[in-house]
Design a protein around this ligand. Structure first.
Ligand SMILES: Nc1nc2c(ncn2[C@@H]2O[C@H](COP(=O)(O)OP(=O)(O)O)[C@@H](O)[C@H]2O)c(=O)[nH]1
Ligand SMILES: [Mg+2]
Length: 330
């Protein structure tokens, strides 16, 4: 049985956001951040928390799209791997027309893990992802990483997955206190998130208030305006949604079964290690490319930091994109 958060009879979504990746990389957590509420169970454990494919509709006005929470792929025993494959197939059957976000963990000091590359390649070989509808996410990155980390890793990942110019989104590690949403788990809301509505109202009030203060006490009003800081989660959500709306959902048809057996893992890992070493060597010769890529990521970060937007801006933007956007109902 496929567990579904949104009852199919209620679901209005035709498109989906399918979050893939190994167990523990942060898929459920990222799904919750995108949805703006804690719907999916996420936990730190050696065995995976998500065993069955489930989805939750994210509604924007009259339109919605399904955010999928799927088990990881690689596990210690073959039976579990095969069960996971079946759960992955279910998501593609339910919403073939989707954006695919594949999550790598950056939690091991920013290093790209071989098992993540292996899982990506196995699923990619079965579905032949188009770069337009694909987003790679590197999650849980240490804040003290090298200033050229994104530039170098973007080039490395493109080489490892063999997809030139694939979209990549790098996510900072969120502090423990912000891992849970302020919302009660499972609480379902419609339209704008209540919390965001309140925040938007408070921000707008503060803007007017600080403008009037600024007239009387120059400097003080400006200071007041900068007080409502975005939380780490809000920043993460903004970055994620910015990246997701750049993607266009494409129909995905299974071209072949996902080929992955536990017995093959050792050899595949050796192969991946060799490839990573070769990429490291290549990176030494590509400093100019790394700098160029890094500039793009720094620029994006600056833009997001300078202009934090409320999430309803994206709702408008997504609705505006009718015809090609992820949330469009045709
Ligand atoms: N501190 C921290 N923990 C994270 C972050 N992203 C994910 N996690 C944790 O990593 C663990 C696995 O996440 P989960 O979403 O369950 O992974 P999944 O198996 O891919 O769905 C959970 O304990 C998350 O709270 C992050 O940015 N910061
Ligand atoms: Mg999960």
């Amino acid at each position: 049985m496929c567990a579904q958060r949104t009852t199919p009879s209620i679901s209005t979504s035709k498109h989906g956001l399918i979050l893939l990746g190994n167990s523990g990389v942060g898929k459920s957590f990222i799904g919750n951040v995108v949805l703006g509420r804690d719907v999916f169970e996420h936990e730190c454990s050696s065995s995976s928390v998500t065993h069955e494919t489930e989805f939750e509709d994210y509604t924007v006005g009259n339109s919605s799209y399904a955010v999928f929470n799927i088990p990881g792929l690689i596990e210690a025993d073959q039976e579990a791997v095969d069960r996971n494959k079946a759960e992955i197939y279910k998501a593609f059957q339910q919403r073939p027309n989707s954006v695919i976000a594949f999550v790598f963990t950056g939690g091991s000091g920013g290093r790209i893990r071989d098992e993540d590359v292996i899982a990506f390649k196995a699923i990619h070989a079965a579905y032949n992802f188009q770069s337009d509808s694909l987003l790679l996410i590197v999650n849980d990155l240490p804040l003290n990483r090298s200033p050229k980390y994104e530039g170098a890793t973007a080039i490395k990942l493109q080489g490892l997955v063999n997809i030139p110019n694939v979209r990549i989104c790098f996510l900072d590690r969120i502090s423990q206190t912000e891992l849970r949403s302020n919302e009660t788990k499972g609480e379902k809301k419609h339209g704008l998130d209540k919390l965001e509505q309140k925040l938007a109202g408070a921000k707008s009030f503060l803007k007017q208030y600080s403008a009037s203060i600024e007239k009387r006490a120059p400097g003080l009003g400006k200071m007041l305006q900068t007080i409502p800081q975005q939380t780490e989660r809000e920043k993460m959500r903004q970055k994620l949604i910015e990246a997701i709306i750049q993607c266009t959902p494409h129909p995905h048809e299974k071209q072949a079964e996902i080929q992955l057996t536990v017995d093959e893992l050792k050899n595949l890992t050796e192969e991946s290690k060799k490839m990573q070493q070769a990429m490291e060597q290549e990176l030494l010769k590509r400093q100019t490319d790394i700098d160029e890529q890094q500039k793009k990521f720094d620029q994006l970060k600056q833009e997001l930091d300078a202009k934090p937007r409320e999430i309803h801006h994206y709702h408008e933007k997504i609705v505006e994109r009718s015809g090609g956007g992820i949330c469009t109902i045709s």
